[in-house]
Design a protein around this ligand. Structure first.
Ligand SMILES: [Zn+2]
Length: 158
């Protein structure tokens, strides 16, 4: 069988007999590169795949909240970029920013002894908007972990 040039390391290699179209040699780094490129193309072309990947990542973040928190702290630009993208998505959907305004937060602070939200079971009802299909409502159990609020300035910085 004729030799080919690897698409990653550019070295000559002999393709496996049963993989005539093999474009990458068998070195682990080149096989890793092959998978990365495959995923990148798949994400670009397949909305379902993209959604599944995003959902899997979200599940992972929810299972590893501590890792995720320290990641965000170590990469503040990541959070900033995410916030910006969310604002952009909201804008396209015609939703206003869901974060409370500094004025709203200041109002909550008028009653320092009173929690705005108590731990308990809540009915979570998605608000449908343009481009968002009607969703089922959920019963969620919420536990308030912190008492008191950060100052509006600190929240704006988050
Ligand atoms: Zn290679």
């Amino acid at each position: 069988m004729s030799r080919k040039r690897c698409a990653a390391c550019d070295e000559l290699f002999t393709p496996c007999r049963n993989v005539p179209d093999q474009a990458f040699c068998s070195k682990p780094a080149c096989q890793g590169e092959r998978r990365r490129r495959w995923q990148r193309d798949k994400r670009k072309q397949d909305p379902d795949y993209r959604a599944n990947q995003a959902a899997a990542q979200k599940r992972w973040r929810e299972r590893n909240p501590r890792y995720w928190r320290s990641y965000r702290q170590a990469h503040p630009e990541y959070s900033a970029q995410n916030r910006e993208q969310q604002r952009e998505r909201n804008r396209r959907r015609g939703l206003s920013d869901t974060a409370p305004s500094p004025a709203a937060i200041a109002k909550m602070n008028e009653y320092p002894g009173k929690k705005a939200v108590e731990s308990g079971t809540y009915r979570l009802i998605p608000v449908p908007g343009p481009g968002i299909a009607k969703m089922d409502e959920y019963l969620v159990k919420m536990q308030v972990l912190s008492d008191g609020y950060a100052s509006p300035a600190a929240i704006a910085k988050r």
